[in-house]
Design a binder for this molecule. Structure first.
Ligand code: SF4
Length: 237
């Protein structure tokens, strides 16, 4: 697993080398020397300069971005069959981010590693996964093939998310955003949880009862909205 916050995921009292090698020794048939070689190779792959001396460093001696790369190296060192990545590239600059995406993609291709990516970064999603589940207030509101959802989002929340992405083709006009804020867990609205922020909400319909359930909308896709037909002019398949 790649954890989101490397400062708490890494032990502050053990060197980087000890922490990566422990995982390798526990899961692969290696001695300490071989594990150290693999650790150096992994640190090099994730872009740690001078990886040999990096092994002797403690997490507090590294920047946030460097620590994030160490956590990624640790997760990938044993060539996992399943990788759970929680915001794996958030702390990284775009160059290192691209490098990490390439590394995870090469694992997916060469070792058939399945990746469960948890992120708010739709750009990373588009590059790394085949299937997407969009969540709002802890519930899935839309799911399906990633390309189909990105190209033709159906749920108003997914539409709002995609419209708020900056585009190079866009001029100087203000970026669109979803009105309001995410409510606290104790203030969960009745009915559709998204209704206080939804431009299509129908008073008396969307703001009462249980949250809408996911229902099929064709091509292996599903969405949880009671007004899809009105919003998309009957074209929900
Ligand atoms: S159910 Fe109503 S409030 Fe919820 S997303 Fe659909 S239109 Fe908006």
């Amino acid at each position: 697993m790649i954890f989101q916050e490397p400062m708490t995921a890494l032990s502050p009292v053990h060197t980087i080398g000890d922490q990566i090698c422990e995982a390798i020794i526990l899961h692969a048939d290696t001695n300490e020397e071989q594990a150290a070689e693999i650790a150096v190779e992994m640190l090099d792959k994730v872009g740690i300069p001078n990886p040999q001396s990096g092994l002797g460093q403690y997490p507090f001696e590294m920047s946030g971005g460097m620590r994030q790369r160490v956590v990624i190296a640790m997760a990938l060192a044993c060539a996992p069959e399943v990788l759970i990545a929680d915001e794996p590239t958030t702390a990284l600059d775009v160059t290192i981010q691209a490098q990490m995406i390439r590394l995870i993609k090469s694992l997916q291709r060469d070792l058939a590693t399945s990746t469960l990516l948890i992120t708010h970064d739709l750009g990373v999603v588009a590059q790394l996964v085949d299937y997407i589940a969009v969540m709002y207030l802890g519930r899935i509101v839309e799911q399906g093939d990633v390309r189909a959802v990105m190209k033709d989002p159906r749920h108003p929340y997914t539409i709002g998310l995609l419209e708020s992405l900056p585009s190079l083709a866009q001029g100087k006009e203000r970026l669109s955003s979803i009105e309001g804020n995410v409510p606290g867990l104790a203030e969960r609205p009745p009915g559709c949880p998204f209704h206080p922020r939804c431009a299509h909400a129908d008073p008396g319909v969307c703001d009462r009862g249980d949250p809408p359930l996911l229902h099929p909308i064709g091509e292996g896709r599903m969405a949880a909205c009671v007004r899809l037909e009105e919003i998309h002019g009957g074209d929900v398949e």
